[in-house]
Design a protein. Structure first.
Length: 338
């Protein structure tokens, strides 16, 4: 069967691999759409230390059940539209023992620590198959990245009288904007791109700040009567945005970090103490986050068409990745259609 493989930095091609065999407790899915995420872009650019090349990318999935193996619950049926929980968990580490399997110490995410599913067919344990009801296979590919943003809002314990600053309005950050606004919070979206900020406003942000042209700290102070944000969600992963998060959060506020900074970050640690901050990591997502995104997409309120930057054939994947690398700030999701 056909698959997309990142062979080496800046080298992606279509290869032929064997179609997987179905065993007990497993489900065979026909892959319809797979999204490229930021980790795939870093792999393509040779900047992802967690990946060993060559690798088949892909963990943002829209698929249709093709065949069901023995010992799979009857609730699964051929033809169902599904997405995939792409993470593993060992069941033994501290995270797993505490019920936070999304942060398993030994997690292997599809397309990162193991081959992904940017291919025609995939076989997965039924426990990793997430039915998506009437959501189309194309739109199912948006569920996983949005669920990461939803999970960050849960980590922040956002409530309705919070002011929440979301730094970075890519797909993950947009998920955080949506979830925080659904919880009734006042959301301030921060990004460098006016088009993304306009979309963030349409998906629930009350205020937007362009960090290229505005003083973020001063604007947040103006919007919060000088108090700062109750919650800041960092969804970029740069030293500047990590420092910004600590700077604009209120005293006794919560900072939730999603992005991985690629270099060391220098903090004025006195703010950690003086503000008595809660600084929390947020990794991947839990099944409840997937279900919440599915519920949101089924509401009909999501501007899905604006979240999809391009749909390409497998043979066009390298060209699409080159264009994304040249202008990363303008892209939401590129989907590969099989």
């Amino acid at each position: 069967m056909k698959a997309v493989q990142i062979v080496a930095p800046s080298d992606m091609k279509v290869v032929e691999i064997e179609r997987p065999e179905l065993h007990a407790g497993e489900v065979l899915v026909k892959i319809a759409y797979v999204g490229f995420c930021g980790s795939d872009l870093n792999t393509y650019l040779g900047r992802n230390p967690m990946v060993k090349l060559p690798v088949i990318p892909g963990h943002e999935v829209g698929a249709v059940i093709e065949e069901i193996g023995p010992d799979v619950p009857e609730s699964f049926s051929k033809g169902m539209h599904v997405t995939v929980n792409p993470y593993t968990n060992c069941g033994k580490c501290a995270s797993c023992r505490n019920g936070r399997v999304n942060a398993c110490e030994h997690n292997e995410t599809l397309g990162v620590q193991r081959n992904g599913v940017m291919c025609e067919y995939a076989v997965l344990p039924w426990t990793k198959i997430i039915p998506a009801g009437n959501i189309s296979p194309r739109d199912c590919a948006l569920i996983e990245p949005m669920s990461v943003g939803f999970h960050a809002v849960s980590r922040a314990q956002v409530i309705d009288n919070d002011v929440v600053v979301v730094i970075g309005c890519g797909m993950v950050g947009m998920g955080a904007v949506v979830r925080a606004s659904l919880r009734g919070a006042t959301v301030i979206a921060v990004d460098l791109d006016d088009e993304k900020l306009a979309l963030a406003h349409r998906t629930g942000a009350t205020y937007v700040i362009n960090s290229k042209t505005e003083d973020v700290r001063e604007r947040v102070r103006q919007l919060t009567d000088g108090l700062g944000a109750d919650v800041v969600i960092e969804a970029v992963g740069s030293p500047a945005t990590y420092v910004m998060a600590v700077d604009v959060v209120s005293f006794t506020g919560r900072v939730v970090c999603i992005g991985y900074a690629k270099s060391e970050v220098a903090f004025q640690t006195k703010y950690f103490v003086q503000k008595e901050l809660d600084i929390r990591g947020s990794r991947n997502a839990l099944p409840a986050d997937f279900r919440a995104v599915i519920h949101y997409l089924q509401s009909g309120n999501c501007p899905i068409e604006e979240f999809i930057s391009a749909v390409v054939a497998p043979e066009e994947a390298q060209q699409a990745m080159e264009q994304w690398a040249a202008n990363p700030g303008k892209v939401f999701r590129i989907l590969v259609k099989f």
